[in-house]
Write a protein that binds this ligand. Structure first.
Ligand code: IPE
Ligand code: IPE
Ligand code: MG
Length: 245
C-alpha cells in the first residue's frame, strides 16, 4: 500500500493539477536514529534537512500551502528530555532558517495552542518569524506546533459558546470560521511518512476530503523527489466529494 520509494522528477507532473495545499505528518525521526545506533534526537536534527528540501520542492512546482506537523498535543507525553530537546530545537530552527525562508518568499504561520507549556522563547521566535515573513507570497508554510485536531475543534466550540451564538445558527461554516487559520485552504493531499497508516490528530476537520498518501520512507530520508512521487500518486486519484462523476 505504501508509495514506491522511486524518485520522481518535477517534469513528470501535470503542472495544471498541482495540489494547492499539501500537509505532511513528518514521522519516523526516532526510528531513523535508532536504526543507526544514534539517540532519537539525532533523527529530529536530520529531519531539518528533509523539511528544507521539501520546502524547496514545493516552491519549485508552485504549491501554495504546505503544512507540517512538528509537535502534537500528545507529544508532551514523551520523556522530558526529548520534549525539552524538541522545544529547543524548534526555537533554534526558526532562528537559523527564518532569514533563508524569507529570502525564498516563504510566509511562516503556526497553528496550535499557545498554552503555558510552550516556552516563551519559542513563542517569541514564532512571532518574529511570522512578522518577518508576513508579506511573502510564494508559499505559505503552516507549522502545526502544540497542535491537535481535537483541541482545535474544542477551541472553536469554546469561542462559539463564548459568543453565545444560538445553536440553530451554528453550521459547518460557523465551525470552520473559528478554526486556527482562517486563510488556510483545506489540504488536497496529506502525506504521512514512516509506514504508519494513521492521522494522529492532524487537521481532523480540514482533511474531510483530503487525499491520503502513505510512504514507508522515514522522514529524515524524505526529500522533494518523494514529495513529487506523492503528488504523482495524487494526480491519479479521482476526487468525488460524495458525488457521482
Ligand atoms: C516524528 O518522529 C517527529 C515528532 C513526533 C516530533 P518521531 O519522533 O515520532 O519518530 P518515530 O515515530 O519514533 O520513529
Ligand atoms: C505524529 O507523529 C506527530 C508529529 C509528526 C508531530 P507521532 O509519532 O507522535 O504519532 P503516533 O504516536 O505514532 O501516532
Ligand atoms: Mg512517530
Amino acid at each position: 500500500m505504501g508509495l514506491p520509494e522511486s524518485s520522481v522528477g518535477a517534469e513528470s507532473l501535470d503542472m495544471d493539477r498541482i495540489p494547492r495545499h499539501v500537509g505532511c505528518v513528518m514521522d519516523g525521526n526516532g526510528r531513523w536514529a535508532e536504526q543507526r545506533g544514534m539517540a532519537r534526537t539525532e533523527g529530529h536534527a536530520q529531519g531539518e534537512h528533509a523539511l528544507l528540501d521539501v520546502i524547496q520542492g514545493a516552491l519549485e512546482i508552485g504549491i501554495e500551502w504546505l503544512s507540517v506537523y512538528a509537535f502534537s498535543t500528545e507529544n508532551w507525553n514523551r520523556p522530558e528530555d526529548e520534549v525539552r530537546f524538541l522545544m529547543n530545537f524548534n526555537r533554534t530552527i526558526l532562528r537559523r532558517r527564518c532569514e533563508q525562508l524569507n529570502e525564498l518568499g516563504v510566509r511562516i504561520r503556526f497553528v496550535g495552542r499557545r498554552d503555558w507549556r510552550v516556552p516563551t522563547g519559542v513563542m517569541k521566535e514564532m512571532d518574529e518569524a511570522i512578522e518577518l515573513t508576513r508579506k511573502n507570497k510564494r508559499l505559505s508554510l503552516v507549522v502545526a506546533f502544540n497542535y491537535g485536531g481535537r483541541a482545535e475543534i474544542v477551541d472553536a466550540v469554546r469561542k462559539i459558546a463564548a459568543r453565545r451564538i444560538p445553536a440553530r445558527r451554528i453550521t459547518e461554516r460557523t465551525i470552520a470560521s473559528y478554526l486556527y487559520d482562517q486563510e488556510m485552504p483545506e489540504p488536497d493531499l496529506i502525506i504521512r511518512t514512516s509506514g504508519e497508516y494513521r492521522i494522529s490528530n492532524f487537521l481532523l476537520w480540514e482533511m474531510a476530503y483530503s487525499e491520503l498518501v502513505f510512504t514507508d520512507v522515514l522522514w529524515p530520508d524524505f526529500d522533494r523527489s518523494h514529495l513529487f512521487a506523492a503528488i504523482a500518486e495524487y494526480q491519479h486519484r479521482h476526487r468525488r466529494f460524495g458525488q457521482v462523476q
